[in-house]
Design a protein around this ligand. Structure first.
Ligand code: CP
Length: 301
């Protein structure tokens, strides 16, 4: 067989030999004998730089192959549309894990039902971004040496910023943490995230003004001017982080941001000793490697 352009080129002998070879591969895959190389499926149905490229890079560092699905085929505009669940059902059996981002908050739950393969939430609408939370905790630990006893200000549109939701949920696992939630009126942290944190002993303070003098970490969750969530210009200006507003910070305090930063942090902050968001972004690689190892386990031998 030098190629295959038409089924007219196939004869019975050729087809039978391919059926036998495919059955051997099916057996090998089923017994993991042919799964020495893990494969993760990157299904990103919404823009991403850090999470998508970060996980691709983490997989490469670990010798894990990636397969990428970014072409939506379930929108009405497509010539042949199919349901989102059908796309997942087809890709999942080929992979050892699916890394998924979707603009719909409900989509990840639907995927987890449709796929027998483990699913990692890489950002689900305005709901959650748990791997970003792990990166954030890693950055806090590197900066402070400990996460227990943390005083953190979460700043921005806390109603819709998924990274802040997941970070607060993850912080419930630590002792004596105070989270000051600084957001415009109507955009405060939802109770579905604040409740579990409080129940586990965390303290929530609610504010609408930047009060940062006694915190260890300022976590800028995002309140960009491009926000479509009814944020006023006055709100955006009031919560924008610039050099002057950081002048009240303790010398040890650091500013973190999951990025992308639009205009919530003035570029002049980048050169202050408080800026730690690019170091935080760099820590994404080792944490994403740790997540992949934890989900996939050791390679089959
Ligand atoms: N922090 C984050 O999720 O960035 P991306 O949108 O670029 O993946």
């Amino acid at each position: 067989m030098r190629g295959l352009l038409s089924a007219a080129e196939l004869d019975r002998t050729c087809i039978d030999s391919l059926l036998i070879a495919a059955a051997a591969h099916a057996d090998g895959l089923a017994t993991r004998a042919e799964r020495r190389q893990s494969v993760v499926g990157l299904m990103f149905f919404e823009d991403s730089l850090r999470t998508r490229v970060g996980f691709e890079t983490a997989a490469a560092r670990l010798g894990i192959a990636t397969t990428v699905v970014s072409q939506l085929r379930h929108t009405a505009e497509m010539a042949v549309a199919e349901s989102f669940e059908d796309t997942v059902r087809c890709v999942a059996p080929w992979c050892d894990a699916l890394l998924v981002r979707h603009p719909d908050s409900e989509a990840l739950a639907r995927i987890a039902i449709a796929a027998a393969t483990p699913v990692i939430n890489c950002g689900s609408g305005a709901d959650e971004h748990p791997t970003q939370a792990l990166i954030d905790l890693f950055a806090v630990q590197r900066i402070r040496g400990s996460i227990d006893g943390l005083r953190i200000a979460l700043v921005g549109d806390l109603a819709h910023m998924r990274s802040a939701h997941s970070l607060l949920l993850a912080l419930r696992c630590y002792d004596d943490v105070t989270a000051r939630c600084i957001a415009p009126r109507g955009l405060q942290m939802p109770e579905s995230f604040a409740g579990p944190f409080r129940t586990r002993g965390g303290t929530i303070e609610v504010d609408t003004h930047l009060r940062l003098d006694d915190v260890d970490i300022v976590y800028v969750a995002g309140l960009p001017r491009t926000s479509r969530n009814g944020v006023s210009l006055a709100d955006q200006d009031r919560l924008r982080i610039d050099r002057q507003r950081l002048s009240c910070l303790s010398t040890h305090a650091r500013v973190l941001c999951p990025l992308p930063r639009v205009d919530e942090i003035a570029p002049e902050v980048d050169t202050t000793p408080h800026a730690a968001y690019f170091e935080q972004s760099a820590l994404g690689l080792p944490m994403r490697m740790a997540v992949l190892e934890r989900i996939l386990g050791p390679p089959a031998t």
